[in-house]
Design a protein around this ligand. Structure first.
Ligand code: MLT
Length: 398
């Protein structure tokens, strides 16, 4: 039997599975302690009514011979592509051709599966800390990984350097886990660098809907030259509460070529061969996100999470505690108290406050000494967590 030995280079568990297991074990040992989860970026607001209605209608259609749908187009129904195209045109001033939009079951699978269309033994650059899926999926295929440190020294927003020379460059903007966001000028540097060195940027825009400042980029295609070097991956998980439904889209511009080979054609070919598309009811729900009533409701939920995140940052501000993020992102990247590692502070917060966070080192070595908190819980729970957090951190201030 010949297995892919690269899997032996992975840690035993995916970061968020480890946290979930630790949390379950702690809860079992302390059944009376209430825990507040500010760890994985999972939403807590229910789906808005227009989206639920679209799901219901689509399910009803599936139960009638006249309106039943079997296999759909593997890369998505045309009406959903049209809705995404119009979202890009109206909110980002980015013009897309519907053939460039490929509907998927979310950003996590696409950021990993996209590796199928690149050669073996690529060199890949990514930040440290980073969304673990980039790292792990590249380990699985045996690519050479170059880590670019995102630390306080570069405001957690590293710019291109010799070290970033690679075939593939992952950028997540606004960044997971640090919650910081590149400006258009900074992103332009990455686009110019990728074009100069014949690299492709895999741009994860999963958190673009959290950007509040219109001067900041919400799509890499707002940057001149990006159509020639970047693939953008986006998801409705955080934007519209689809973590349990699963729908996203990946944009591969028709201008993006490796020599004469179209990357769009490769990705479409990969998806049609290996994926049968997102279910009809879920795509109908996704189209409802971009309807006017759907979008208004989705915005209300986004503002809810932004207010929660502001509660966390206000708590830290009141203590003059070091952190970044939390403005254009649901994530706050918080310095651990002096002398504590990420996992030590994870345990400390769990046992002393019942707060479940994500240890920064889980996103890479450069995340050591930090933890990540999210604004995705309910406001009541976030408020309570902030009181507890304030109490805990005050002890370290003395
Ligand atoms: C996170 O918490 O970083 C993400 O929600 C995890 C994911 O999207 O897979």
């Amino acid at each position: 039997m010949k297995i892919n030995r690269n899997y032996c280079r992975l840690t035993d568990n995916y970061l968020f599975s480890t946290i979930a297991a630790k949390t379950r074990a702690y809860q079992a040992a302390h059944p009376h302690q209430a825990l507040i989860k500010l760890s994985i970026g999972d939403v807590s607001r229910p789906l808005p009514t227009p989206i639920v209605q679209a799901l219901r209608n689509a399910s009803d259609e599936m139960g009638q011979a006249r309106t039943f749908h079997g296999y759909g187009p593997e890369t998505g129904y045309p009406w959903l592509k049209t809705a995404v195209k119009s979202y890009y045109q109206t909110t980002k001033n980015v013009t897309l051709d519907p053939t460039e939009i490929i509907i998927s079951d979310g950003a996590k699978s696409d950021v990993a599966n996209l590796l199928d269309i690149f050669a073996p033994h690529c060199t890949v650059a990514m930040t440290d800390p980073v969304y673990p899926v980039y790292w792990e999926s590249n380990v699985m295929v045996g690519h050479k990984i170059k880590l670019i440190k995102a630390t306080a020294a570069n405001q957690f927003l590293p710019l291109p350097s010799r070290r970033a020379r690679a075939d593939i460059i992952y950028l997540c903007n606004p960044a997971n886990p640090t919650g910081v966001c590149y400006t258009r000028e900074q992103l332009k540097k990455w686009v110019d660098f990728a074009r100069k060195h014949d690299a492709v940027i895999l741009y994860d825009a999963a958190y673009e809907a959290f950007v509040r400042d219109p001067a900041l980029p919400t799509s890499i295609y707002q940057i001149e030259g990006a159509r020639q070097c970047a693939i953008e991956i986006c998801s409705l998980s955080k934007t519209a509460g689809f973590t349990g439904l699963r729908c996203g889209y990946t944009i591969v511009p028709n201008d993006l070529k490796a020599g004469t080979v179209s990357l769009n054609r490769c990705w479409q070919r990969r998806q049609t061969a290996k994926f049968n598309g997102v279910s009809y009811p879920v795509q109908k729900a996704a189209a409802a996100v971009f309807s006017s009533t759907g979008w208004t409701a989705v915005q209300r939920n986004l503002r809810y999470y932004q207010r929660n995140t502001a509660l966390i940052t206000q708590t830290l501000d009141a203590l003059a505690w070091p952190y970044v993020g939390g403005v254009h992102s649901p994530y706050v990247w918080v310095r651990c108290p002096a002398g504590q590692t990420s996992w030590q502070f994870f345990d400390y917060l769990l046992t002393n406050a019942g707060i479940v966070c994500t240890p920064g080192v889980g996103f890479g070595k450069a995340g050591e000494g930090y933890v990540r908190l999210t604004g995705f819980n309910t406001t009541a729970q976030t408020r309570r967590a902030c009181q507890l957090l304030s109490h805990v951190l005050t002890k370290f201030r003395k």
